[in-house]
Design a protein. Structure first.
Length: 405
């Protein structure tokens, strides 16, 4: 693989297939994307971050800290797609991707985004994971008029320059809560949440679903990011009589709460969002993973759907030691969207043409998740599916539930 690194970046270690297998604190990855179409000989005018041979993109997400396990999987998914099409580039251009580490701290996210835009002169911001960190960047991207393609859902009505992939955490928790009450018959619900934008967004979905169903919430218990002792929270949930606990936090936080609850003899059914499909949770929980229910926007890694089979093939080709999970598939789909939009934007690439291409994507087949984009819909996800861990594997327990709002 042809790799070029910025002069101030350390080269990343490589897999047997030649693709980066890890991430330095800050690195630049040169890849290529989508097949070249009819190319014009040169740009009508220069656009920031675009040359005849290169498109410079920048990302800000955690390369260190409690969510690194997620960003590693995401990055493998992105790189697999870009590496797969690196022979011709997009209209003859290759992508160089700069990544700044925010350690999942919103203040660092904003600082990293400003550096990428104002000092590194990137064409667009591509790649951001986490609601608090995404929200830290949105106002700046809008003010700077820089396209921002985040993984996390956008707000409603959507900002002009910001685009997301995932369903909102509100929608995910709404669908999950509806399912566990109506289909699993669990009506005594407790809510354990990280005390920030992530937890608050999930709470809105849980509360809306329970209100519609006429079911009271037994308890809602918060904790600060980085908490490792959940004894107080677990006892409050146990004493409330909750038979189902919906957890909104990082995978390590959820795993710690589940294990500490079990140590107290409290073993409710646990539920969460897409982190429930990560490779980390079963490693942390062992047999305690069984029974956990989660809502996600991507298909199961165990699915025999043609798109999923192809995604697994591409990912493992470039990362032979990878264990694909929901975030790997998210990265895979995100890179597919990026490549198609840049292809549609044409040889005379500008930021405005990229935005127009995103609007024009319409219904988009990523192979692993249903997506659509339009002028009024900047969050791609179209549906949510519910899975449950049984016998150490993820089993679908619902069809795709459309996101209608």
């Amino acid at each position: 693989m042809n790799r070029r690194h910025s002069s101030y970046s350390r080269p990343a270690p490589t897999t047997d297939a030649g693709a980066p297998s890890g991430v330095t604190r800050r690195h630049a990855i040169t890849t290529a994307a989508a097949v070249a179409l009819l190319a014009r000989p040169s740009l009508a005018r220069a656009e920031t971050g675009v040359t005849d041979n290169e498109i410079l993109l920048g990302a800000v997400y955690a390369l260190t800290g409690p969510v690194r396990f997620i960003t590693t999987s995401y990055e493998q998914g992105v790189q697999s797609v870009l590496n797969e099409v690196n022979t011709t580039g997009i209209h003859g251009r290759k992508i160089r991707w700069l990544i700044e580490d925010d350690a999942y701290q919103p203040a660092r996210t904003l600082a990293g985004a400003k550096k990428l835009v104002e000092r590194d002169n990137v064409f667009a911001l591509f790649g951001q994971i986490g609601l608090p960190t995404t929200l830290a960047v949105v106002p700046y991207a809008e003010q700077a008029k820089v396209p921002f393609l985040s993984l996390t859902a956008t707000s409603s009505p959507p900002p002009v320059y910001t685009w997301g992939m995932q369903a909102s955490y509100t929608d995910l928790m709404y669908v999950l809560t509806q399912h566990v009450v109506k289909s699993l018959g669990l009506k005594k619900i407790g809510y354990l949440f990280q005390n920030d934008d992530l937890g608050e967004a999930g709470k809105v979905g849980v509360a809306r679903a329970l209100k519609e169903l006429g079911v009271p919430l037994m308890a809602d218990v918060g904790y600060e990011r980085g908490t490792t002792d959940f004894g107080t929270q677990v006892l409050k949930l146990r004493d409330s009589g909750a038979e189902m606990v919906i957890s909104m936090g990082t995978a390590p936080s959820t795993a710690t709460a589940v294990k500490q609850a079990a140590a107290y003899g409290y073993k409710p059914t646990w539920g969460t969002y897409g982190v429930g499909g990560s490779g980390t949770l079963p490693n942390l929980l062992g047999d305690l993973i069984n029974g956990l229910v989660f809502a996600t926007e991507v298909d199961s890694i165990y699915s025999d759907a043609p798109g999923v089979i192809e995604a697994r093939r591409v990912i493992v080709k470039h990362f032979p030691n990878a264990q694909p999970d929901f975030t790997t598939f998210m990265g895979y789909a995100h890179a597919k969207v990026l490549a198609k939009a840049l292809e549609m934007a044409g040889r005379d690439l500008t930021r405005e043409k990229l935005l127009a291409a995103m609007v024009g994507l319409g219904n988009f087949d990523s192979g692993v998740m249903p997506l659509s984009f339009s002028k009024d819909k900047h969050t791609g996800s179209n549906g949510v599916k519910i899975f449950q861990w049984r016998g150490g594997k993820q089993v679908a327990i619902s069809p795709w539930t459309p996101i209608t709002k």
